[in-house]
Write a protein that binds this ligand. Structure first.
Ligand SMILES: C[S@@+](CC[C@H](N)C(=O)[O-])C[C@H]1O[C@@H](n2cnc3c(N)ncnc32)[C@H](O)[C@@H]1O
Length: 277
């Protein structure tokens, strides 16, 4: 088993060890759709050099239009060996795409090495998002661009909100590490913009993507939401059958009287593209 110094990162590594194979198709493929939007916004040219930080299964990396014969290349970096194993399995030899194990806080590249840095839904999972953005700046050449995505939590449905409120109550008796509260707001467009501008990025443009669906009942909803991230996954995994049934009953009761009246979920993403002066 892979381990890290920080307790949340340990939880994260364990989460991806158990779920890497499910990542691409989870929740009707929301991760694929968010990745496709990043690829579109990055608008990579065949001769450009790209680093995809927190590349996961390579949904974005594999779809970049780099052309090895024109001098283009892409490097996917991730802290999870399980996610990298999926990415590596799909790699086409001679494509100019490679993957390496490493952390977003300390990238393996020299200064001014790339045209584009991609940070796809990774910032909120890192210990220090500001440091990660500074690293992006360091490895970018002047005039290079950064493309960032992050989940926008303020667009949750009533069922999402009830789920997280109930889960927080259930989690109170356990000691399960969690990132600081301020990580949860990283996907708000103004916060994302502020983070980039504070790091001296210019010409910041933001867009959003909202994807939604529903499950038939509380059991299906909990199963789906279990894969939203390391923390929900860890809390739900430690619940015994009685606690789990109680959770289902409470969720069913609360959702019935909520504004949506059903098990609707939202996955909302903010995207930002910015330039390094
Ligand atoms: C939600 S997934 C996103 C994967 C991919 N970027 C995408 O858009 O589909 C987050 C990924 O970031 C990785 N990650 C989290 N913290 C990291 C860190 N400090 N350094 C490098 N990778 C990290 C995780 O292992 C995981 O593969």
């Amino acid at each position: 088993m892979q381990t890290a110094a920080d307790p949340f990162t340990d939880l994260l590594l364990n989460f991806y060890e158990q779920t890497a194979e499910l990542y691409d198709d989870w929740a009707d493929g929301v991760n694929r759709r968010a990745a496709a939007r990043i690829v579109e916004l990055a608008a990579v040219q065949p001769d450009e050099g790209v680093i995809d930080v927190g590349c996961g299964t390579g949904l974005v990396t594999h779809a970049l239009a780099v052309d090895h014969s024109s001098g283009g290349w892409a490097l996917g970096v991730d802290i999870s060996q399980a996610m990298l194993a999926v990415a590596e399995r799909r790699r086409v030899a001679g494509s100019g795409i490679s993957f390496v194990h490493g952390s977003a806080e300390c990238l393996v590249l020299r200064d001014d090495a790339v045209d584009i840095v991609i940070l796809g839904n990774v910032l909120a999972q890192t210990q220090d998002p500001e440091v990660v953005i500074q690293e992006a700046w360091r490895v970018l050449r002047p005039g290079g661009r950064v493309v960032v995505s992050a989940e926008q939590r303020s667009l949750m449905t009533a069922a999402d909100e009830v789920f997280f409120a109930e889960l927080a109550e259930l989690a109170a008796v356990f000691r399960i590490p969690r990132r600081r509260d301020n990580h949860a707001v990283i996907g708000e467009p103004s916060v994302l913009r502020g983070l980039l501008e504070e790091a001296a990025f210019s010409n910041v443009r933001t867009t959003q993507l909202l994807i939604g669906n529903h499950t038939d009942d509380a059991r299906g909803f909990i199963e789906l939401m279990r894969l939203t991230g390391p923390w929900p996954h860890a809390v739900i995994s430690v619940l015994g059958p009685a606690a789990r049934e109680r959770f289902e009953r409470r969720l069913t009761g609360a959702v019935k009287f909520s504004r949506d009246g059903g098990f609707l979920y939202h996955r909302a993403f903010s995207f930002a593209v910015a330039e390094r002066a």
